[in-house]
Design a protein around this ligand. Structure first.
Ligand code: ADP
Ligand code: MG
Length: 303
C-alpha cells in the first residue's frame, strides 16, 4: 500500500505553546485514518498543516508526493477539505455554491449528484443563510466532495448532527471509502472512529499516545468487569476470594479485574460446585471509549 500521507517529527508552536509535539504517522492509499483526542489536542492544527492552510514549525510532511506548504494549485486540485469551521457566502443557493466550488477542480463531480449524496436535494435552490446547522455541515461536506478528491480531510464532520444525520454521514463516508478515497478525519466521537476508521491515532497535548486499529487498541486493555446477583439465601461471605476490585451492594456483586478469564472461572466453578445458577452473570470488556478515557485522563478544555 502506497503512503498518501507521511508525517515525521511534526512540530507546531504558537508562541510558547507547543500545540503539536513531534508527531509521526503515515496514512496509506484508500485508508480511513482518524485523529482522536480531546479539544485542544492539536487535531485541527495537524490537519490544517497537511491541507497547506497552516505553516509548521518543524518536521517533514509529504502528502500525495507534495509538501503541502508549497504544493500550490496542483496540490489543492487533488484534495478535498471540510474545515472544522467553514464560512460561505450567505446569499448564494446551495446549487450555486457547489457549482462554483466544482469549477475550481478539473476533475469534478456533477453538482446535483453531490447535493443529493449529502441529502440536500430538497434544499438545492435554498439560500445558504436559510440552512440549519446540520444542513450547513452537509453543505460543507458537499463542497469537500465536489472536486472528486483522491484525499479528503474531514475535521469533525458530524459535530452537531442529530443521530439520523450522523448515520447518513457515516454511510456517505463509508461509500467514499469503497470508491477508494483516502480519508483523514478528526473526531471525538468514539463510535464514529470505531465505525469508520481503519486505524486511529490518539493525540493528547500534541503528542501521540496510541495508534492502531480500533480493535487492537481495545485488545491491549486486559481489564474486564464481571457482574452477577447472589442467589437467594447465599451470603456474600460465601463467595470465593476474588482480589481487590469486588464491590457487593445488597445481592449485586461487581468485580473489576485485570484477569477476567481467571476470575470468571473462579466464580463459575464456585457456583457450579454449590449447585447455584447465576442468571444475570455478565462479563464486559472495555470499549474504545474506555481506552480513550484512560489514555486522555478525561483531558479536554470543553470548548
Ligand atoms: N492560531 C492559533 N494561535 C494560538 N494558539 C492556537 C491557534 N490555533 C490553535 N491554538 C491552540 O493550539 C492547541 C491545539 O488546538 P487545535 O489544533 O485547534 O486542537 P483540536 O483541533 O484538537 O481541538 C490549543 O491549545 C489551541 O488553543
Ligand atoms: Mg479541532
Amino acid at each position: 500500500m502506497d503512503d498518501v500521507i507521511v508525517v515525521s517529527g511534526l512540530v507546531k508552536e504558537y508562541g510558547d505553546l507547543r500545540a503539536v509535539d513531534d508527531l509521526d504517522f503515515t496514512v496509506g492509499s484508500g485508508e480511513v485514518f482518524a485523529l482522536l483526542g480531546p479539544n485542544g489536542a492539536g487535531k485541527t492544527t495537524t490537519v490544517e498543516i497537511l491541507e497547506g492552510h497552516r505553516e509548521r514549525t518543524s518536521g517533514s510532511v509529504t502528502v500525495l508526493g507534495f509538501d503541502p506548504a508549497n504544493g500550490g494549485r496542483a496540490y489543492r486540485e487533488r484534495i478535498g477539505v471540510v474545515l472544522q469551521e467553514a464560512g460561505f457566502d450567505e446569499e448564494f443557493s446551495v446549487r450555486e455554491l457547489v457549482t462554483m466550488y466544482g469549477g475550481l477542480y478539473p476533475r469534478r463531480r456533477d453538482p446535483d449528484e453531490v447535493i443529493d449524496l449529502v441529502g440536500l436535494g430538497d434544499k438545492a435552490d435554498a439560500r445558504t443563510k436559510t440552512l440549519s446547522g446540520g444542513q450547513r455541515r452537509r453543505l460543507d461536506l458537499a463542497l469537500g466532495l465536489v472536486g472528486d478528491p483522491e484525499l479528503l480531510f474531514l475535521d469533525e464532520p458530524t459535530t452537531g448532527f442529530d443521530p439520523g444525520a450522523r448515520r447518513r454521514a457515516w454511510d456517505l463516508i463509508a461509500s467514499l471509502r469503497e470508491l477508494g478515497t483516502t480519508i483523514l478525519l478528526t473526531t471525538h466521537y468514539m463510535e464514529e472512529a470505531e465505525r469508520l476508521a481503519d486505524r486511529v491515532a490518539l493525540i493528547v497535548g500534541g503528542r501521540l499516545v496510541a495508534m492502531g486499529t480500533p480493535a487492537s487498541l481495545v485488545a491491549e486493555e486486559t481489564t474486564g468487569v464481571i457482574a452477577f446477583s447472589l442467589p437467594p439465601d447465599v451470603e456474600s461471605t460465601a463467595l470465593p476470594p476474588l482480589g481487590q476490585g469486588v464491590v457487593v451492594d445488597g445481592a449485586r456483586v461487581v468485580v473489576e479485574t485485570t484477569q477476567p478469564t481467571r476470575d470468571l472461572q473462579t466464580i463459575t466453578t464456585w457456583a457450579v460446585d454449590h449447585g447455584v445458577e447465576l442468571p444475570d452473570l455478565t462479563l464486559s470488556r472495555p470499549t474504545l471509549e474506555d481506552v480513550y478515557l484512560r489514555l486522555t485522563g478525561g483531558a479536554g478544555d470543553d470548548s
